[in-house]
Design a protein around this ligand. Sequence first.
Ligand SMILES: NC(=O)c1ccc[n+]([C@@H]2O[C@H](COP(=O)([O-])OP(=O)(O)OC[C@H]3O[C@@H](n4cnc5c(N)ncnc54)[C@H](OP(=O)(O)O)[C@@H]3O)[C@@H](O)[C@H]2O)c1
Length: 302
Amino acid sequence: MPSDLSSFNQKLTPTYHTTVYPAINPTRPELSQAGKTVLITGASAGIGYHIAKSFVEAKADKVIILGRRADKIKAAAETLSAESQGTKVIGLSCDVGSPTAVAELWGRLAGEGTRIDVLVLNAANTGVVKPLLEQGTNAVWESYDFNVRAQFDMTERFYKQELGAGRKKYLVHVSTGAVHTFENTAPMPTYSMTKHAGALTLQLLASYEIPAKDMQVIIYHPGAIFTEAAERAGFTTETLPWEDVSLPGGFAVWAATPEAEHIHGRFVWAAWDVDELKSGDLGKRLKEDPYFLKFGVNGLTG
Ligand SMILES: NC(=O)c1ccc[n+]([C@@H]2O[C@H](COP(=O)([O-])OP(=O)(O)OC[C@H]3O[C@@H](n4cnc5c(N)ncnc54)[C@H](OP(=O)(O)O)[C@@H]3O)[C@@H](O)[C@H]2O)c1
């Protein structure tokens, strides 16, 4: 593990949050998801589950959660339903990495007249902790297949839905600090490079093809959250200053509202204070600099 942990908590805004706070609290009336149907990938456990919980708290009409293990996703949907006050929670077993399963999913949604208003792309392939050349091309490509092709497949189908075609859509992508803090994740190179490529795909779509009024795209690092995936990557409860899972949950709901429109197509951390990001020098830079908080080459603009 790296000895310098400073890049694990990069403080762009003076206030750095480690748990949900009032501006992104899902129960805030301005963040209400009433009338919306939300689809979340990888939501039987970890961050995805808590994102689903936050959309339930924000009173979405329907929350559809996806996971591969049928028993896990069913149990997660039952727990969320028991906590919900009117939100319908549906758990579907679906491997987002399977083109056939994804085609069937969207066919089923269209067939039953379900229009997705908010898509949260959360499930990821975390790759393995091994140098690239030890992994070889096939293992590296497998990660690309999930973190780039599968994410784009979901995005394209979401964007091209025929139902409610004129209504604004919200796409929220759970990215990772590993897309820029390369030294920290050097032992997991496929994770960094494929999550970077997946996020860049969405950045390009948002910057040059789809205006926020049609589909608002927000790409965010959820924070360091101790989950099964973190454990698999070799972290322990002691390794990092872990953040609370309510933080990425509340942030996802905020990102699916017009309040986040000014960061359409940009990459941010859930820990950064959303009000401070909008005001002062940071707010000015977001208005004036189209490359700010976007992927590119250090030292160059554009
Ligand atoms: N944890 C962190 O500190 C951290 C930090 C930065 C970024 N992130 C990002 O946060 C996201 C979630 O990470 P996490 O730590 O919560 O992961 P996790 O603990 O491994 O949870 C993953 C969830 O996704 C589901 N899933 C995995 N593969 C799937 C597939 N092919 N199709 C459908 N569902 C699938 C899993 O259920 P099944 O196994 O049953 O499918 C589970 O519900 C990822 O995008 C990750 O890159 C996490």
